[in-house]
Write a protein that binds this ligand. Sequence first.
Ligand SMILES: [Zn+2]
Length: 264
Amino acid sequence: MNERKSVFICTDLEGISGVDHIDMVMKTEEDGYRRACELLMQDTNAAVAGAFDGGADAVYVLDGHGGGKNFIPGMLDPRAVQVKMDDMPKLMKECGATMQIGLHAMSGTMNAFLDHTQSSVSVHDYYFNDMKIGELMQDGVYSGAFGVPCVTVSGDKAACAEAEHFFPGVYTACVKTAKERNIADCLPPEEGARLIYEAAKAGFMHRAEIKPYVLPTPYTVTIEFNRADYCDDVCRWRKDVERLDARTVRSRKTKTETYWDVLL
Ligand SMILES: [Zn+2]
């Protein structure tokens, strides 16, 4: 039985309850984006409450969308502690579970709302070894290296299906379905938050039944970019990557310590 009782929650914006149009995740679209941030706080707090009610004794939260600064000051449940990427190696050693709230499916997923992996502009596909993966798995493989399972995921239907594929037994909260790539049909946000609370609570309670995703080292990370110049940019400053073709680079990973280790 896993006795580590802290939880790490990573948030994104695309899969947040009530976020139903691409404009809402763009920081330049003031009204829609502000509303999206309010909804982000509601979903995040629902997950925090569920984790505590499921038995967690500490909850750490990362504001993960677009480099952060989406959380509205003063609105995070005061029982939770907001953390930064650099805190993760230390945190993972005390966490018994991770949760991913507001996620989206990997690039190229059919019937998915705002599918992408890292950058919808530059990245075509992202791979661990020969396996095409998305951001859900980047987080899953990172926490898995510390023996920590991903127990709860919220997002659109495609993100939840992706989570269930990679993390059997994960508790999912499906809060929307894509109508088109940039438009979604959402549940009422309060209903979405209720599902997230339930999935977080159940996920933490049943964390011992969900296996961490352990990717054996060494492994390779491969990115196929959309154009050769994105590849040129990487190869200019990274001498440790191998260029496979005009648009594709690969790096070889021998350890997973910082979060950057699971990226290229
Ligand atoms: Zn995002």
